[in-house]
Structure formats: C-alpha cells, structure tokens
Design a protein around this ligand. Structure first.
Ligand SMILES: Cc1cc2nc3c(=O)[nH]c(=O)nc-3n(C[C@H](O)[C@H](O)[C@H](O)COP(=O)(O)OP(=O)(O)OC[C@H]3O[C@@H](n4cnc5c(N)ncnc54)[C@H](O)[C@@H]3O)c2cc1C
Length: 326
C-alpha cells in the first residue's frame, strides 16, 4: 500500500535515536497527507525484535523485518540490496532515510533506481497542501533553503539530531519477515571499525565541551575532558583538531560533522566559522572561551569569556569542583 516508508537500520545493535527521529518525521507528514506509515527494520540478531517493538511503541503499524548477517555497521551496499526490492514491491510515496554514514550512500541510489525526487541533509519537515516542505542548510549554514517536493515518489534523507523523538503512541502492529538477496561478495566491505567510546556519548550529551584549533594539540584536550567530566558531559571538536588527528574524527561537530543539541555548549578556542556553527545551532546555551575578543563566536554565544583557555579552564574546573564539594 502506498504511504511513508521508513528505512530503520539497527546495524549496530539497536534502532538508536535517529531511527525514532525518522518516525517523528513520518508522523509529521502522515496526517496531513493521509498516508500510512510503515518501516523496514534491517540488522542482524536477536536485538531486531526490540527494534520492532520500539517502532510499534511509537506508532508504526506495519514493520518489515530483515535479518541478515551482512546487515552490520557500515555496510551500505548490503542495506541497499535489502531495501531496494522492498521499495520496488511496496511502491511508497515517500521513503525516509537517516542521513548518517550509511544513509548518505543509500538515499541517492534508491532515488535513482526508483526515479524518485531526492532531498538530502534535511533538518525540518512540513506540509503545505500536498506539497512536502523540506528544509536544509545551505551556504555552509548561513541560510536555510526550503525545498518544495511536489512529485512522488520522493526519497528524503534526514540529518540525525535534526528532528525530535516523538512521544510514544503504541499500536498493535504487524511484522512481516522479509528475506534479503545480498550478494556474498559485496564490492565494498567494512572489515573493521575503530571507534572511541566516551563515557558520555556526544550525540546525546546534555553538556558538550568543544575544542578548536586554539587548543593547540592533544594535550589540551585532556584538560577539556576533565572539564567535561566535572560537568557530566562529552567532548567534541571543530574540524582542525579532527584533521590534525588530535581527536577522533567522530568528535567533529559541524556541517560535515555531527549536529548536536545539548543544553549547554562550551566552545573553547573555536573561532565560530559558519561550517562549525551549523552543527551547534540546536544548542540551548552557548558559552565561548576565546582569547580574541573579536572572534565571531562571541556574536553567537550567550556568554563569553575572553582569555587564554589554559588559565580559564583550570579555574573553571576548580570552581565547579568546589561548588560540588569534590
Ligand atoms: C566544505 C567545508 C566543510 C567544513 N566543515 C566543518 C565542520 O563540520 N566543522 C568545523 O568545525 N569546521 C568545518 N569546516 C572548517 C571551517 O571553515 C573552519 O576552518 C573551522 O571551523 C575553524 O576551526 P577553529 O575555529 O577550531 O579554528 P580557527 O578558525 O583557527 O580558530 C581558532 C580560535 O582559537 C582561538 N585561540 C587560539 N589560542 C587560544 C587560547 N590559548 N585560548 C583561547 N582561544 C584561543 C583563536 O582566537 C581563534 O578564534 C569546513 C570547511 C569547509 C570548506
């Protein structure tokens, strides 16, 4: 039955926040367009049952479950091979994909194969009559473009952390097991994944301490990690520290990095380039620490501390520890 079809991957063991964000996006579109929402959940192992339950708990009635050993982290070719025939069979009006590492590779290929309209890196969804309005950042986050999607089918890739996780709305759903015809020799094979797991995940942290080129090297990030620990938060970075290898690439925040939505973002030694700011515009409060009073980050920050971070951050840590009595 035509409708909204969510590609919900559980390649790393769970549906994750971005899968539920897609459900939020689907629910925004479903009522005004009078469309039903279904989802394909793709992955391998027992945890897939939990992912199906999560989808039902958030209002997705029909779930197609595809369990295959090749459906693991990073395997975009396997995801495409699994989901492509389903889209061909079900012929949905709208396909929603998360614009994560895998989704960025899957969405344009799906659109090409099904002659669908394509909107990528979408940060907000709305409906005007029968037209879907998809917003995305352009000019390195300096402006927001609204794409009016008038044709069907349409593939929409939504940037992780851009949409809210919807309230639970349990339904008694159905599950259809679907088999995947995944070639045994994939052209692209992910053999190993190296990831640095911080105590608090950057994706979900309420407090993020971001370090920039001004931190000067990996040693300085140890100080930021201490500040993040005291605040119960996570450390992130602008692009130069990731490029220099001072921090893992997964810590990069911005246009080509992660979008974050913490309550508090501390930008330390970061000038405030548009490409960085594009990833932190969802932060509720921004505090900048920079030795240059003219740094552009101060025009965005709610609070600013002008000075050398090597003096300010240790003083801040000491005050916070004092206040906490530790
Ligand atoms: C296509 C494209 C995509 C990009 N994507 C991203 C992205 O996703 N994320 C991103 O961050 N960037 C991205 N960039 C790069 C971006 O344009 C900037 O170059 C980058 O954000 C600058 O990083 P920065 O602020 O850490 O460094 P700088 O601009 O060099 O700023 C360093 C700051 O540190 C301050 N400072 C120096 N020493 C100290 C000290 N001791 N104490 C306090 N302050 C100090 C300086 O006053 C300065 O303001 C992208 C660029 C392009 C072209």
């Amino acid at each position: 039955m035509p409708g909204i079809f969510i590609v919900a991957t559980a390649l790393e063991g769970s549906l994750g926040r971005s899968g539920l964000e897609l459900v939020g996006g689907a629910r925004t579109l479903a009522r005004p367009l009078d469309l039903e929402v279904s989802a394909a959940v793709l992955g391998h192992g027992a945890h897939l049952a939990d992912a199906v339950d999560e989808l039902h708990a958030h209002g997705v009635g029909k779930v197609y479950r595809c369990d295959h050993p090749a459906l693991t982290a990073g395997q975009s070719e396997a995801v495409l091979a699994a989901v492509d025939p389903l889209v061909g069979r079900e012929r949905p009006d709208i396909v929603l994909v998360s614009a994560d590492t895998v989704g960025r590779e899957v969405a344009p290929r799906l659109a090409y194969r099904h002659r669908a309209a394509l909107a990528t890196e979408v940060t907000a969804l709305d409906v005007d009559g029968t037209v879907i309005l998809a917003r995305r950042q352009v000019y390195a986050g300096r402006a927001i473009a609204t794409l009016a999607i008038t044709s069907r089918p349409a593939v929409i890739a939504v940037k992780p952390r851009a949409l809210d996780v919807p309230e639970r709305a349990p339904v008694r759903g159905t599950v259809e097991e679907v088999s995947a015809n995944i070639p045994s020799e994939l052209r692209l094979q992910v053999r190993e994944i190296h990831s640095e797991r911080a105590e608090v995940s950057l994706d979900d942290a309420a407090v993020v301490v971001g370090g920039g080129r001004g931190i000067g090297g990996p040693e300085g990030f140890k100080l930021l990690a201490e500040l993040a620990r005291v605040l119960g938060g996570a450390v992130g970075a602008s692009r130069p520290p990731a490029d220099e290898g001072w921090v893992p690439i997964t810590w990069q925040i911005g246009q080509t990095g992660k979008s974050i939505r913490p309550n508090l973002y501390l930008a330390v030694g970061i000038s405030g380039a548009a490409q960085h700011v594009a990833g932190v515009s969802g932060a509720r409060t921004i505090v900048a620490i920079n030795k240059d009073p003219e740094a552009p980050i101060f025009s965005l920050a709610h609070f600013g501390l002008v000075g050398d971070y090597r003096q300010i951050v240790p003083a801040l840590i000491a005050r916070l520890k004092d206040a906490a009595g530790t």
